[in-house]
Design a protein around this ligand. Sequence first.
Ligand SMILES: NC(=O)c1ccc[n+]([C@@H]2O[C@H](COP(=O)([O-])OP(=O)(O)OC[C@H]3O[C@@H](n4cnc5c(N)ncnc54)[C@H](OP(=O)(O)O)[C@@H]3O)[C@@H](O)[C@H]2O)c1
Length: 260
Amino acid sequence: MKQTNSVREAFSLEGHRALITGSARGIGRAIARALAECGATVAVHGVRASDALDQSLADVRAVSPASAAVTGDLGEPGCARALFTATSAAIGAPDIVIANASVQVRRPWLEVPEPEALLQMQVNFHATYQLFQLAYPAMRQQHWGRLISVGSVQEVKPHPDMPIYAASKAALENLIRNLAKQCGADGVTVNNLCPGVFATDRNAEALNNPVYAEKVRAGIPLRDFALPEDAAGAAVLLCSAAGRYITGVTLRVDGGMGIA
Ligand SMILES: NC(=O)c1ccc[n+]([C@@H]2O[C@H](COP(=O)([O-])OP(=O)(O)OC[C@H]3O[C@@H](n4cnc5c(N)ncnc54)[C@H](OP(=O)(O)O)[C@@H]3O)[C@@H](O)[C@H]2O)c1
């Protein structure tokens, strides 16, 4: 067990390599930037090349020059493996994986077609599981690793029009508890970072409706939506030596929304 000398050192990610899926925008982008600021070499990721991905890469390279960008649609078969291979080629085998990308479709449950349900389960749950499988052997070998899924307050407060999305996130919460028990002896922590309502692209249209926005706000104890940067500190904690004794937890960054 390595003891760190100072709080600053405990939060340092120098020497680590992080893949953050879905980090062209939103929460993933803020997390990627924070990890890079703490010294990690980062692979930012989007479905495809885009201005947003270029900007996210420029952000992380400003503080961590060896960082890189990778692309791929995690709804496609074989994407997780291709993404892991591309990441390893670009920055080395990642010892931090944050599975942040997700697909979220609003539709009443009786109308959800099978392909749409399977796509959400594939991207949100199965691709996370696959990336964890792929990254684990190198983590085990160096006796250090961080596997982090990104869940949702919908694990405990499912939206009636997002039943598959909510279920895919609840599955992650179960998965990390299972894996945390199995990976701890290898020096690998496994956790679930769980956002509430964040003002990101996916919510822009809904939150632009003042009546709806006020209704949502009223259900949040802290009475406001989060900004992407609000997830960054929690991610750094879970990734760093400061969080070395935290495993198997769902860490809610939700303004209290998920309180039972
Ligand atoms: N925003 C919220 O209020 C909220 C609440 C609870 C949980 N969450 C969770 O937090 C995470 C981030 O959410 P966000 O709001 O920051 O997302 P966002 O702004 O909508 O960005 C989503 C990112 O995921 C990527 N992505 C989308 N579909 C993908 C696919 N099929 N394969 C690979 N990558 C894909 C996108 O790539 P491109 O940029 O190339 O399109 C983008 O970079 C998600 O897991 C979400 O479920 C968010």
